[in-house]
Design a protein around this ligand. Sequence first.
Ligand code: IPE
Ligand code: IPE
Ligand code: MG
Length: 244
Amino acid sequence: MALASSTYDGSSGMPTHVAIIMDGNGRWAKARGLPRIEGHRKGVEAVRTATKTCMDLGVEYLTIYAFSAENWKRPLREVDDLMGLLRLYIRRELNELRRNGVQLRFIGDRSRLSNDIMKLLQEAETETAVNRRLIFTVAVNYGGRQEILEAVQGIARDAKDGALEPSDITEAVFERYLQSVDVPDPDLLIRTSGEQRLSNFLLWQSAYTELAFTSTLWPDFTRQCLEDAISDYQKRERRYGGTG
Ligand code: IPE
Ligand code: IPE
Ligand code: MG
């Protein structure tokens, strides 16, 4: 199937920004009698496929949910495994991503991450900062509510300092305090594994995002799955409250 990579026209073109809640790694592993880490490992391969597909199709922004602010509730062993995979992914992929013109960004609260991972994230961002082909944001220890609260705190500080009047706080001003600053709202948000919820992902940004839910588990999410989701998105009419 050929997907037209036309200029985004707000309705039927290629989505400018695709966001993905990668879910179902654990169930993928369980169905095979494997430990959950094996599902996460296979999930990393699906991430590689997704970034390549986005680059080929001309999607300009890809944001993936790698670890939520609530995922600390998981057994310590699994949290360690997930952090280990993040470390491994960046170490192994950074060179190729940089060569391919990918700009890496991370959103989420880094203060709870280990020092070496914090350093690695910083390094990956610095080394890819000039790239523009694909802006690839990875959400790590991210929560939409936490992001909004932080923005509110920043605004309150600036208002207290006299740098901002309450009446100046428009949507555009508010967005400057979010971590996703300079990234357009997602056009399409995909969640795999059959769950139909946002789980605290991009709450502000997804106000008018088109949502796509698929029962496919993340490790099984192929290039074709992404193309199908985009092709379905292209058939939709985005109305933003208007009459279309
Ligand atoms: C998604 O897969 C990966 C992360 C949340 C980090 P899960 O680990 O949530 O897999 P399920 O939902 O248990 O199958
Ligand atoms: C959402 O998946 C978080 C990530 C994909 C990183 P979860 O599996 O943690 O979400 P819930 O708990 O089912 O809502
Ligand atoms: Mg899950």
